[in-house]
Design a binder for this molecule. Structure first.
Ligand code: HEM
Ligand code: HEM
Length: 172
């Protein structure tokens, strides 16, 4: 059976894990009072892991465009739908990342006191709300698309019993 190469597999699961962590971190922020140490630590972690995710995605896309093995899609509408979903995922993840950086920038956030964004629209609450809302929308879209994509991969494995999931798994 044709499999994705090792680097593509590592990058796929690394991105998937990072995105789940990226979505979960801000959910915990509101559990802590404004100005608390935990709040700024969670926000700083979200932004720092965000930069790591940007780096991983850049390596992944670079590898896909150069040495990576790109497997042919299945024939027919299913293969077409899978390809469309993969492209949508790349677009949604890229949008969430770009809007995330813009969000930290408009808010003027600090990352553990080491990196300080200087707001490009200080005091402009409407712009701040708009960008925050767009970032949230893109983040939720990534999660929903990834959920559908993961569910289809599991359906291939357990219902259709073909090798689609196995070609993205480390062994077997
Ligand atoms: C795919 C990657 C990302 C995902 C899934 C994600 C997810 C989220 C979610 C779900 C929220 C909470 C939205 C809300 O309830 O208002 C959020 C807020 C935020 N994100 Fe991201 N994000 C990502 C990337 C980034 C990046 C790269 C940065 C900056 C470098 C960033 C900066 C922020 C900031 C500053 C907030 C506001 C936190 C707060 O309300 O206290 N995000 N993100
Ligand atoms: C945030 C989570 C995820 C993202 C962003 C993501 C993204 C992607 C992308 C963009 C591809 C296309 C690979 C390429 O040609 O470049 C892909 C392939 C694949 N993904 Fe994911 N994925 C995620 C989670 C999952 C999960 C949870 C599963 C399984 C339960 C999964 C299983 C697969 C499989 C089997 C393939 C290969 C499909 C094929 O060859 O037709 N992915 N993923």
């Amino acid at each position: 059976m044709l499999k994705y190469d090792r680097m593509t597999i590592v990058m796929h699961w690394l991105t998937a894990g990072l995105i789940v962590v990226m979505w979960l971190l801000p959910q915990a922020i509101d559990l802590f009072p404004r100005g608390s140490f935990m709040r700024s630590t969670l926000l700083g972690s979200h932004i720092a892991v965000g930069f790591l995710t940007i780096a991983v995605l850049a390596v992944r896309v670079g590898w896909r465009a150069s040495g990576g093995r790109n497997l042919p899609a299945e024939p027919g509408w299913q293969g077409w739908a899978a390809k469309a979903m993969h492209h949508l995922l790349y677009v949604a993840v890229a949008a969430a990342l770009v809007l995330g950086v813009t969000n930290a920038w408009v808010r003027g956030d600090s990352v553990f006191g080491l990196l300080h964004f200087i707001s490009f629209a200080p005091g402009d609450r409407a712009t701040r709300r708009l960008i925050g809302g767009m970032h949230e929308l893109a983040a939720n879209a990534v999660l929903i698309l990834a959920g559908l994509h993961g569910a289809m991969a599991l359906a291939h494995h357990y219902v259709l019993k073909d090798g689609v999931l196995r070609r993205m798994l480390p062994q077997a």
